[in-house]
Design a binder for this molecule. Structure first.
Ligand code: CA
Length: 257
């Protein structure tokens, strides 16, 4: 019962995506690359990011909640500092302020970070590789503490040359730039890729790049916010997504866009 519901959802999501693709070809879609977010998707790291942001900004005397930082997930550090500065001081941060404050937030994160690999994430990556799909990391983070361990944690799936990080983009999510750059890096068209994201801004970025975008709800953000952001399909946990991924890939690969 539950299985058929999910399978129907897969089929419907793929159908809807196909209808909205303006560039139609006679070729079968073949998914060749998976563009995957890091924080909250591959690592259970968001609670520590949120706490580090909150500690840094409240030390400045700026009022904020821990929860709001889940909503800013995907933005570059500078963009998040600017958002808080606009709200508190009515102006953007200078480059020096943004750099110093983001460095302080990063230090708090490194000191406190107990992020683990997201349960189900290794299964997801293994399924992609077993289907000859190239994993590419696409993150707004420049955080060395996770980037230094990710390739090892995921058994060689994310070498430095298959990453788009904060260092590679000028705009960051929700702008499509990170996912457009990842498509170029992977050498594929939008219809040959999938995006895996846990947060609304990342979903907006993937959708704007014209890619089938999968929302995996791993945190406290209400499910409807992932749907409102434009996700083509939403799963309620990473283990659930990992389990349904082979069926979803079958659906995507048999569809002619
Ligand atoms: Ca994320």
């Amino acid at each position: 019962m539950a299985n058929s519901c999910i399978d129907n959802t897969n089929a419907t999501a793929v159908d809807n995506f196909a209808k909205n693709i303006s560039h139609k070809t006679a070729n079968q879609t073949r998914i060749k690359a998976a563009l995957i977010d890091m924080d909250g998707t591959l690592y259970d790291s968001m609670p520590w990011h949120a706490r580090a942001w909150h500690k840094m900004i409240t030390e400045l005397g700026v009022e904020a909640t821990v929860e709001e930082f889940f909503e800013y997930e995907g933005m570059t550090g500078k963009a998040t500092v600017n958002l808080l500065f606009e709200r508190a001081f009515g102006r953007q941060a200078t480059d020096e302020e943004a750099k110093d404050l983001y460095a302080r937030k990063s230090l708090y994160f490194q000191t406190d970070n107990k992020a683990r690999i997201m349960p189900g994430a290794l299964d997801m990556v293994n399924t992609l590789i077993a289907n000859n799909i190239l994993p590419v990391l696409v993150t707004g983070s420049g955080q060395a503490s996770l980037l230094d361990r990710i390739n090892n944690d995921f058994h060689g799936a994310f070498p430095p040359e298959r990453r788009i990080t904060a260092h590679d983009v000028s705009k960051g999510k929700p702008d499509p730039e990170p996912y457009l750059k990842a498509l170029k890096l992977a050498g594929v068209d939008p219809k040959e890729a999938i995006v895996v994201e846990n947060a609304p801004l990342g979903i907006i970025s993937g959708v704007a790049a014209g890619i089938f975008t999968i929302g995996v709800n791993t945190g406290p953000i209400p499910r409807h916010k992932l749907i409102d952001a434009g996700a083509n399909i939403v799963f309620d946990s990473m283990p659930q997504f990992a389990e349904k991924l082979p069926d979803l890939l079958l659906e995507l690969n048999k569809k002619t866009f």
